[in-house]
Write a protein that binds this ligand. Structure first.
Ligand code: GLN
Length: 190
């Protein structure tokens, strides 16, 4: 199995390090041609507006939309969740709008108010998980077959729709490998 990590901006190296700890081959995704031989892709946290601009400048946006639409498993973390949303609250921007969610950006305040909390995630081995939030978005509403996986302070922070997984928090910034394992299992259809 080989997992690509969108390497335009943000915390992509941290994701690659986690996957390598799980003996998964990784690949930095920067151009359309990089999308050919991967089994899944991670869109990392960072700054959604910058990632959005770079998707256009790198000429990769149409191809990445197409491969995910055609079923390539994807996991968006934090800014990556915003990138995949069909609707961004109070905005008419979208980036790779493939998931039936409406997200609210920067919902957890400024950088200073970033925090970690242990919360339950549905389907995760041993339940509780250390969630790191950094100016994180949350999911305001879901539609169709989106499955809610975790709720923190009455806000949806993890969800799944078919082969699209999103989390508001940053699993690449903890020592816990279970969320990366969850994505690998999802790719394996488990
Ligand atoms: N607030 C950022 C955005 O709007 C997301 C923050 C993050 O990825 N840590 O893109």
């Amino acid at each position: 199995m080989k997992i690509g990590v969108l390497a335009l901006q943000g915390a992509y190296i941290e994701h690659m390090n986690k996957l390598e700890k799980l003996d998964i081959e990784t690949k930095e995704i920067r151009y359309s041609r990089d999308l050919n031989d991967i089994d899944g892709i991670i869109i990392p946290g960072g700054e959604s507006t910058s990632i959005g601009k770079l998707l256009i400048e790198s000429n990769i946006k149409a191809k990445i939309y197409e491969v995910i639409k055609n079923g390539l498993p994807v996991w968006g973390t934090c800014a990556g969740m915003i990138i995949l949303a069909k609707k961004i609250h109070d905005s008419n921007k979208t980036y790779i709008p493939l998931m039936d969610i409406e997200v609210v950006k920067n919902a957890y305040g400024r950088q200073l108010s970033s925090f970690t909390t242990n919360q339950k995630i549905k389907g995760l081995q041993n339940g509780f998980y250390p969630m790191v939030f950094i100016r994180a978005p949350y999911i305001k509403t879901t539609q169709n077959n989106v499955e809610t996986l975790s709720i923190v302070d009455e806000k949806i922070v993890a969800a799944k729709q078919n082969k699209i997984l999103v989390t508001s928090f940053h699993p690449e910034l903890t020592d816990d490998l279970r969320m990366h394992q969850y994505f690998i299992n999802m790719i394996n259809n488990e």
